[in-house]
Design a protein around this ligand. Structure first.
Ligand code: SF4
Length: 361
């Protein structure tokens, strides 16, 4: 079962798409003038109604992006994927909404409001700005302080019953009522940009968040049957999860699997990358003879997701790995050098970004 709170490490993306009616992004690529490299490279693999967003981009019409955050520990390269997508949409003049899910953190994780707020500012918003998001053009808010969102959640809660919530999220008898209500607040977060005006809205997420999208689309349709609301069901895109350095999922709670955005170049970071799981062969001779398998390589994945923009450069690495000319040792060193450069630059920007972040929420 896939829920927003629990994700299996072996997700069959194809099966999940078929099961829940998610369409492949490939069919739309030709309509997008300048697709994000996540789209070109199949990292964003699926969508619901993304055509509406493409139309808005192509016709320079208003649209919104909603990307909530529930801060929990340090941000890593997996989290960076969301910021990269927000940057793309900001370049296309989207209105960006970033709800900080402090209510959900309180109900579902037992985190107090002050801790969530501080973590959101010092770690998350700071990195969002340091990575290039224009702070003057984003709407960031704490769920607990946004009265409009809370009022909307109250009203929309009438449009769904407990059996349905249990069916979607698998709540058990021990689940607290706040935790059960949390998804309704998220529904309100997603529909909030349309409170005064019906506009296309895109929610870029990992597949684990799809239950929220299905619920939001259902509730929006039901709410539209009354005269009170007129929502456009939100569009969504789905991206793959990043593999951790040792295989499995990249996770903040397992530091050995992750490269954190606040990491600084060091011997231990280099060691972590040099001992990461690759698609290399058992011996040097075998690798030269048979070539490596970049498809199963964490280092290559880092290049594809984050470190190499140029498709030509990426293809050269792929081909020379396959052909046995490129060996894992030098490839990993190259990876570390690129990460070092990235983290040094980000570290410098984060100092200034933190001061801005403190003034935002
Ligand atoms: Fe991965 Fe590079 Fe080794 Fe190929 S050569 S398997 S891309 S680390």
């Amino acid at each position: 079962m896939i829920t927003p709170w629990e994700v299996s490490e072996d997700i069959d993306y194809k099966k999940t798409m078929e099961q829940f009616g998610i369409k492949s992004i490939k069919e739309l690529l030709d309509d997008i003038e300048n697709p994000h490299h996540f789209m070109r490279r199949g990292i964003i693999f699926g969508h619901r109604d993304f055509g509406r967003i493409i139309n808005s981009i192509n016709e320079n019409k208003k649209f919104a992006v909603v990307s909530g955050m529930m801060p929990s520990g340090k941000m890593h390269f997996g989290h960076k994927m969301i910021i990269d997508q927000l940057l793309y949409y900001q370049k296309h003049n989207a209105e960006i909404y970033i709800p900080i899910a402090d209510l959900e953190a309180y109900w579902a994780r037992g985190m107090d409001f002050e801790t969530t707020k501080n973590l959101a500012i010092e770690e998350y918003i700071t990195n969002y700005i340091a990575l290039g998001l224009n702070p003057d053009k984003i709407n960031i808010y704490l769920q607990s302080k946004n009265e409009s969102v809370k009022d909307l959640a109250m009203k929309l809660s009438k449009r769904v019953n407990f059996s349905e919530m249990k069916g979607i999220y698998g709540f058990g008898g021990e689940t607290n009522i706040g935790h059960i209500f949390a998804p309704i607040v998220q529904v309100a977060d997603i529909l909030y940009p349309q409170l005064n005006e019906k506009i296309p809205t895109i929610v870029p997420v990992g597949i684990d968040q799809d239950p929220h999208l299905r619920l939001t689309r259902d509730i929006a349709s039901r709410a539209n049957k009354t005269k009170e609301f007129n929502f456009m069901p939100p569009s969504s895109t789905y991206h793959r999860f990043m593999t951790g350095l040792s295989g499995g999922k990249m996770s903040s709670s397992k530091p050995e699997t992750a490269i954190f955005l606040s990491d600084t170049p060091s011997k231990s970071l280099k060691k972590k990358i040099m001992s990461s799981k690759t698609g290399g062969r058992e011996t040097l001779e075998e690798q030269k003879k048979l070539g490596g398998t970049p498809e199963n390589c964490v280092v290559y994945e880092l290049f594809v997701y984050h470190l190499i923009d140029d498709d030509k450069e990426l293809k050269e690495i792929y081909d020379s790995c396959k052909g046995g000319e490129l060996l894992c040792g030098s490839c990993k060193k190259n990876c570390y050098e690129k990460i070092k450069e990235f983290l040094t630059d980000l570290g410098e920007k984060r100092e200034c970004a933190k001061e801005i972040a403190m003034q935002i929420v």
